[in-house]
Design a binder for this molecule. Structure first.
Ligand SMILES: Nc1ncnc2c1ncn2[C@@H]1O[C@H](COP(=O)(O)OP(=O)(O)OP(=O)(O)O)[C@@H](O)[C@H]1O
Ligand SMILES: [Mg+2]
Length: 573
């Protein structure tokens, strides 16, 4: 519609202006033509009637009467004036009053006629009180014969001409407008169709109906647009597929991925990012404004201030993130990789290697020293020899224990959080195993209270936790009584191992779960271990999202209380 109106106005306005200008010019010309014709006509009339006045030199009733009658019928006025300007006859004035008329010598047409032979003027008549058209001509005797028309006659003539012309031009204009409208419609239709195609292409519509074009040029343009559109569509589809692929990759990546503009508005964010930082920021949000954790805001504020960051480590709370930032085309790509476990593992490995070599040194040097003494001194008595061999044996035993612990710890480290439990543990079976295992322990009175049920745990894990705690109670407690309770409550397993003390010192309570930590008191004890037992226990407990509580029991000894969450039967994956 817009195009049509534009076309219509574009064609009709100049035509309209041309018609109006043409109309005005023609109207002016016709009117001036008519006036000239009137002058000619009057001159002819003057020539026809001049003979009647040529011989009149004074007031003449006969002539007056004849022309008074003509004046009545035609509205023409005949005036005869002598060369001094005195009116001799006037066909529109009562005969008797002619003498009273003014001298006409000052009338412009009279002046002109006296000078040049004739004169024409349109002016107001004081005699008749109306506007008249005058034609005055000099007669052979020197008098002036003047013929006048009332101006209203000319006006009427003009009006009639204008009216007729207006009618003709109105018809003409209406015809032109109709033609122009049809023409504009014809011209604008293909453009409207092209516009329709272009608009739909812009909107990204895929099922556009392509109208037919009669004009070959237009058809060519339409075909071209269609071709461009198809190419664009193909590109768009390829891009979409690429984008979906990328989004899929982003969604399955462990790394948090964030794409923002320069104003920190989120262009893309993946699920891992939201999970890592427990946020529900969405695309289109301003990252810093949407986060409601001051520490997190500071963390990202610091990161986003950089244009490029290449695998730098940024700590956040208890975690460490390896951060990559790249700014391109006013967009910032941030990739965050949680490397806490990797770093912890590296630290653990370094620490473990150091600790292991340190722990290995003592028994190995003991074995070497005693073995060397035995080799060099042949004259050692049997008692000393036996004593030395016993020491070598106990050092080897200690080495064996240490290596077993390290192997178990390593197994736990590599197991990770996601493991499947193939078969539940029967607690009464486990109780029997334990009773058998500790049947030969002298000077200790171990009581086992196990629920008669099955629990979803790794059998080795439960055994390891319980035996480590019992071993410690046997090794470090001076009392006789040791109580072992395994009880299931809802999906939680409660393991308690009680001894009669001595109580573990407050300062040691937290540290005994560290790797290779042994309390200073028990260090000197003959039975002191490698300090790995409780760290293995702690590790297992963590695998089941559990807790360890160390309290004083009613016997005044240590009570190790463990609560672990049973694994669901289905794998976590
Ligand atoms: N029931 C307990 N009573 C007193 N002290 C204990 C008890 N359990 C653990 N401890 C102290 O905590 C330390 C750490 O125990 P942990 O079991 O980790 O190592 P360990 O027994 O020394 O060596 P491992 O268990 O590897 O043979 C022990 O050395 C001991 O000093
Ligand atoms: Mg131990």
């Amino acid at each position: 519609m817009k195009t049509f109106i534009r076309f219509f106005l574009l064609i009709s306005i100049p035509i309209f202006i041309a018609v109006i200008v043409g109309f005005t010019i023609i109207q002016k010309n016709v009117i001036s033509e008519t006036k000239q014709q009137l002058v000619k006509d009057t001159k002819q009339k003057w020539l026809i009637v001049k003979d009647d006045f040529a011989s009149v030199s004074g007031k003449n009733y006969l002539v007056y009467n004849k022309y008074a009658e003509i004046s009545d019928k035609t509205n023409l006025r005949f005036t005869l004036i002598d060369k001094n300007g005195n009116v001799i006859l006037d066909s529109t004035v009562v005969y008797e009053k002619i003498d009273l008329l003014d001298n006409h010598a000052d009338r412009p047409e009279i002046k002109e006629a006296l000078k040049t032979g004739n004169g024409t003027v349109i002016r107001y008549s004081k005699t008749l009180n109306k506007k008249l058209f005058y034609y005055a001509g000099k007669l052979p005797n020197g008098n002036i014969l003047r013929i006048a028309y009332p101006f209203s006659y000319i006006k009427m003539l003009e009006k009639s001409i204008t009216m007729q012309m207006t009618a003709v031009f109105t018809v003409l204009l209406v015809t032109i407008i109709i033609i122009v409208a049809l023409l504009a419609q014809k011209l604008s239709l293909p453009i409207q169709r092209l516009n329709y195609i272009a608009e739909n292409v812009e909107k990204g519509k895929t099922n556009i109906h392509f109208p037919k074009f009669r004009d070959p040029q237009m058809a060519k343009i339409a075909a071209l647009i269609y071709k461009i559109f198809q190419a664009m569509l193909n590109k768009q589809n390829t891009l979409k597929a690429e984008q979906e692929k990328l989004e899929h990759i982003f969604s399955v990546m462990d790394e948090g991925i964030l794409l923002t503009d320069t104003n920190n508005r989120v262009i893309h964010i993946n699920e891992s990012f939201k999970t890592l930082f427990d946020t529900d920021v969405e695309m289109g949000d301003n990252l810093l404004e949407s986060l409601n954790d001051a520490e997190l805001i500071d963390f990202f504020d610091e990161i986003l201030q950089n244009d490029t960051v290449n695998r730098a480590q940024f700590p956040f709370r208890e975690r460490i993130f390896e951060v990559y930032v790249n700014t391109m085309n006013d967009q910032k790509l941030v990739i965050l990789h949680d490397v806490t476990d990797r770093i912890k593992y590296q630290l653990f490995k370094a620490e473990l290697t150091g600790n292991i070599s340190h722990e290995l040194k003592t028994p190995i040097s003991m074995i070497m020293n005693y073995a060397e003494t035995l080799m060099i001194n042949d004259d050692l008595d049997d008692k000393t020899r036996k004593k030395f061999l016993k020491t070598i044996y106990s050092s080897t035993d200690r080495l064996n224990e240490l290596i077993n612990d390290i192997v178990e710890l390593h197994k736990l480290e590599s197991l990770g959080e996601n493991f499947e439990i193939s078969e539940p543990v029967d607690l009464s079976g486990l109780k029997e195993n334990m009773q058998m295992l500790y049947a030969n322990v002298e000077d200790k009175d171990i009581s086992f209270h196990f629920d008669n049920t099955k629990v979803n745990f790794f059998s080795e894990h439960l055994q390891s936790v319980i035996t480590n705690l019992i071993d410690n109670a046997i090794k470090y407690s001076d009392g006789r009584r040791i109580g072992v309770t395994v009880h299931k409550k809802n999906s939680q397993l409660h393991i308690t191992v009680d001894d009669e003390g001595p109580k573990i010192a407050e300062g040691d309570k937290k540290r005994i779960f560290e790797r290779f930590y042994t309390c200073s008191k028990s260090r000197n004890k003959e039975k002191s271990g490698t300090g790995l037992g409780l760290s293995i226990v702690k590790h297992i407990v963590e695998l089941y999202e559990g807790v360890i509580k160390l309290k004083t029991n009613e016997w005044g000894g240590n009570s190790f209380h463990i609560i672990m969450q049973e694994k669901s039967t289905e794998s976590k994956n």
